[in-house]
Structure formats: C-alpha cells, structure tokens
Design a binder for this molecule. Sequence first.
Ligand code: AMP
Ligand code: MG
Length: 413
Amino acid sequence: MATSRELFNVRTPRDALAVLLQTLPRRAESEEVATFDALDRVLAEDIHSPADLPTFRRSTMDGFAVRAADTFGATEGVPAYLEIVDEVLMGHAPTRALATGECARIATGGMLPERADAVVMVEQTQEVGPTTIESLRAVAPGENMVQVGEDVRTGDPMLEGGHILRAQDLGGLVALGVTSVRVARRLRVGIVSGGDELVDPRQEPGPGQIRDINSYTLTALIRRDGHEACLMGIFPDDYAELESAARRALASSDVVILSAGSSVSARDMTGQVVDALGRPGVLVHGVSLKPGKPTILGVCDDKAVFGLPGNPVSCMVTYDLFVSPTLAYLSGAVTPPRRTLTARLTRNIASATGREDYVQVRLSRDADGTLEAVPVFGKSNLIFSLVRADGMLKVPLDAGGLNAGATVEVVLF
Ligand code: AMP
Ligand code: MG
C-alpha cells in the first residue's frame, strides 16, 4: 500500500528516468504531414536529397558572367576588355553561350551561360561603351558563382530520423520539392488533476479552495513539446473517483499524468492508483530532487504513467525532468528540445549534497554586459516564482551549493 510508506528509497533523477525508459516500449507510430506544417515535429525517416541543388550554375553577385581566362592578368591599370552579348533574365536561361572575349550581364541568382565559368562583380567593372566593359580585376574559374550540387547533391544524407524539424530544415526540404514528410505521431497525454481543494479556474474559489493551475501549465508544456493534452478534469481525493478517472485516461491516451497526491500521507492515493492501473505499476516513488521529491514514475500496460507533485513549481520542474524526455524518447527524438545558456550567478545558493536542486533565476546584464543569473527565491509553492523567472539552474547532486560568481548553465523556460 502506498499510503503508509515513507520515501526512503529515493533514486537520483538520472536513475529514475533510466528505470522508466528501460521499462517502456518505444512505439514508432508515424504519419505523413505537409512539410509546411512540420515545424517542431520529429522526423520519422532519414531523408536523402532527391536532387542536386542548385540545379543550374548560379551567380552569387550582380555583375558579368565571363570566361575566367579572358580576365587573367587584368588590373585597374591594365583592364581586360569584354563584349556584352547578353543579359541573363532572372528565371530564364541565357539566350546564348559565351565565346572568347564575351560576357553577359547577370544578377545574383541568375543562370550562368554555357562556357562562362566565373562572374566579375559589377563594382570591379567599368562600362566604356554601350556594349563594352573593362574588367578591373582577374577572376578565377568558379569565382562568384555556385556549381550544380554545391549546396546538396542527389543522394546526400540530408536529415536523420529523430531530428526535430526547424525553419531552415523546412526551407531545405521545399527547395528540393519535398512537400510532405513522415513524422512521429503526436502523443496524447491525459491529465487527471486531483485535490479536494481544487476548482475550475472560471469559478470563484470558496474558503479554503484554490483554482486548478496544473491542468493548464501541464497542457501548455505538452503543447510546447509538440504533443496533445487531454484534460480529464478535477477529481476529489477519493480513491474510487481517482482510479476510474485514471483508467479512462489510460484507455484514451498514450501517456497519463496524475497531478498531486503523489506523496505518502493518507490523503495521497496516486501511488495506489498507479499500482492498480496495470503492470508493473509504480517503478519509482521518490527522487532526490528539490523541488519534486514525491514524484512517481510508473508503467501500466506499456504506457508511461506519472504521479507529479501538486505544488505548481514542483509539477513544472518534474514535468521538464521526467515527462518531457519521456515524450521525446517515445517519439524517437534524438535531441531534447531545450535551450540553455551560461550566466554568472549573483548570489550563493545553499543545497544539500545527495540532492539535485533546481533554482529559478531571472536573467539580466551587469554594467559590462555580462549575463547574470539572479535567483528568484520564494516559498516553493508560489507559481509567481516561475512567472518572474526566465529559466532554472541545476545545483548538481554532489554539490553542497553554488557560490556567487560561479558560471552556471541556465535552462530557459
Ligand atoms: P499534493 O501534491 O496533493 O500534496 O499538493 C501539494 C500542494 O499543491 C497543495 O498545496 C495543493 O493545494 C497544491 N496543488 C495540488 N494540485 C494543484 C493544482 N492542480 N493547481 C494548483 N495547486 C495545486
Ligand atoms: Mg493533495
């Protein structure tokens, strides 16, 4: 029974996650989506370039397409004289090839005429007659132009399965005419919010009641991670009600989060519910972490089930540490989508060894422009300590704290 035990057998955050992921089968369900809609989705296939890019030789400057040999030795004092025989229009092929001593006016991105092999920048030329220019400089073959396939070649590995698609990836794909891609299916995450004190945010709380925060912060985090949240509702601290809500969530979702009731008092029933939902049930109950010690990680019928602490700060921190990487793992994502930066800590932070601490920080710049991490201290159940923060930093397991002036890594919210 989960009700009377204490959290003696706590695991480190890293071990806790490893135990969960080892027990969880990785399903590779995928779907085809339009490339235009694939931002932040996890690519489910390796993509090799179906074509050369560019498909034709292109100028990288405004100027004149030339045969490089015709400019050899040219200087301002002794320029090379060239005859303008064509103007290459954007979006069109040149009308003719170049013969010795000839050039064609060309703009950036224009298609080089046959037998041209370089471009002289317009700034390095002088027009000396209606159809004659001086090239004031020599250009080498290949200068100021890109070759066919210089960007990417047919068959080149382009993007690997597991990659999270960014704007430039979508750009590269559409450039090659790849207008649909196979991506990991979005996971559906059911959220059950437990607590006698909770009311819907649209309601005015009565004495002793509070508005449900976690259903909405969790929904936002799940969407940020590219998945779909399904709110099951608010449930009282009643075993039968919680279990039936959790069962419905498990049946209709890929992953379940039970908010609150994850500790060990008589009113905390999440552990018991997870054990009842399916096998093997609770894998981890208690993590050496602050905030977030009373966290439950479980697997029921091959699905991940989380019991996150109800304190809104703990709930968000433990989502980031455990739920977010699990969703990434299940989607086959290779890189976790988190951004970090380094900053200088402005104050000492105390911690206990053997526990990982996460401290909210605000970022600002000192007089020299150095980025500073200013701890946002507050009692741990204050949602506004998160609202006022830009990110959080980790005080490692074996550190007794961090000193003011230390360079720290901040995970951005
Ligand atoms: P528990 O995890 O049930 O021990 O709850 C810890 C603290 O978090 C208590 O102060 C709860 O009132 C609060 N809490 C629980 N669930 C929520 C929620 N959904 N939104 C805001 N606060 C909550
Ligand atoms: Mg509670």
